[in-house]
Design a protein around this ligand. Structure first.
Ligand SMILES: NC(=O)c1ccc[n+]([C@@H]2O[C@H](COP(=O)([O-])OP(=O)(O)OC[C@H]3O[C@@H](n4cnc5c(N)ncnc54)[C@H](OP(=O)(O)O)[C@@H]3O)[C@@H](O)[C@H]2O)c1
Length: 301
């Protein structure tokens, strides 16, 4: 297939391009940087904030994967940053869908990032795709983001929001931020450590995206998480064990709130026990269903 990846320059996007190219697909990327159609993969300029998009980007495209969005974890959530976190996902997806709909015929599928953050803080509850969404900034952001993705159906485009758990790989995401702390031997549980964390190996993320792009029966939200979510204290223990470092210093919730503000309760202390019901129903076989082997592969130990 011919796949255009918006936000394809990032952590997941680069791994996805490598994976899709290796599987014989053709890949091009939408980025806010200048167009470079001769690059490999080809880069086409867009600026969703200014509603600019290189018209050459959509030529002969079968499917679009949307991974664009400002980094949620780089800095406190001030009012202005929250606006940008929302706009860079919700408004950019709306713009992308409008541009796709204007094509005749439009690309057949839109697969867009979402997150298990849509479920909010849910304690022990097992969360599958038909579970109700939760409350809070991240939950509401994800609901608006998914609504813009699903609006593509109005133009006959198959739409799949993929609700990613924490993507495990040393090159990006939360693990890249946790590793230096744990390597120094000062890692520990976040708050009580009882909160459930839904995670997924990067190798499974790119396979799940490929499945969503190519399987015409897949439509609507899909949990992209490993089948065995863990509590924060199990993840902490696994990291300490693999790195052979003590991981015994808990970071109390009030300290996290002082350092991270609202992000502490929304992301670090929030409990999401999501399971991949729809991927399982399709018979998807995880490369890394369990945490320890996934973590070892992520850190290349
Ligand atoms: N990594 C995870 O664990 C995880 C978990 C759940 C959900 N997600 C979601 O999955 C998506 C991809 O994640 P990632 O880890 O690959 O993120 P990433 O490395 O930060 O990459 C995101 C890309 O989005 C583009 N971007 C940044 N700010 C933008 C803006 N204001 N407007 C338009 N585009 C912008 C950037 O591309 P250019 O600079 O080239 O334009 C960037 O390369 C994100 O939306 C993220 O929220 C990730």
């Amino acid at each position: 297939m011919n796949v255009l990846v918006a936000g394809g320059t990032g952590f997941i996007g680069q791994a996805l391009s490598r994976h899709l190219l290796g599987r014989g697909h053709r890949v091009s990327v939408l980025s806010r940087r200048p167009s470079a159609p001769d690059a490999f993969p080809a880069v086409f300029h867009w600026d969703p904030e200014r509603e600019e998009l290189d018209p050459r980007a959509f030529s002969e495209i079968d499917a679009v994967v949307n991974l664009a969005g400002e980094d949620l974890a780089s800095g406190r959530w001030t009012r202005e940053r929250k606006r940008r976190l929302v706009e860079s996902r919700v408004a950019s997806t709306r713009f992308l869908v409008r541009k796709m709909s204007e094509r005749d015929p439009p690309p057949r599928a839109l697969v867009s990032a979402s997150a298990v953050g849509i479920y909010g803080n849910r304690g022990e509850e097992v969360l599958v795709e038909k579970s109700a969404p939760g409350k809070g900034f991240l939950a509401e952001l994800c609901q608006s983001w998914e609504a813009e993705t699903l609006a593509a159906r109005g133009a006959g485009i198959r739409a799949v929001p993929l609700r990613f758990g924490m993507v495990l790989d040393a090159r990006g995401g939360a693990l890249a931020k946790l590793l230096p702390v744990f390597r120094m031997g000062i890692g520990g549980t976040l708050g009580s450590g009882k909160q459930w964390m839904s995670w997924i190996a990067l190798a499974d993320v790119v396979q799940a995206i490929e499945l969503a792009v190519s399987n015409e029966r897949l439509e609507g939200p899909v949990n992209a998480v490993a089948p065995l979510p863990v509590r924060n204290r199990e993840l902490t223990r696994a990291l300490g064990r693999i790195l052979n470092r003590p991981a015994i210093l808990p970071v109390p919730a009030p300290v996290l709130r002082l350092i991270f503000g609202e992000m502490a309760d929304e992301a670090l202390l929030s409990s999401a026990r999501a399971e991949p019901e729809r991927l399982a129903a399709l018979g998807y076989r995880f490369l890394y269903p369990e945490l320890l082997p996934a973590m070892r592969a992520a850190i290349k130990i």
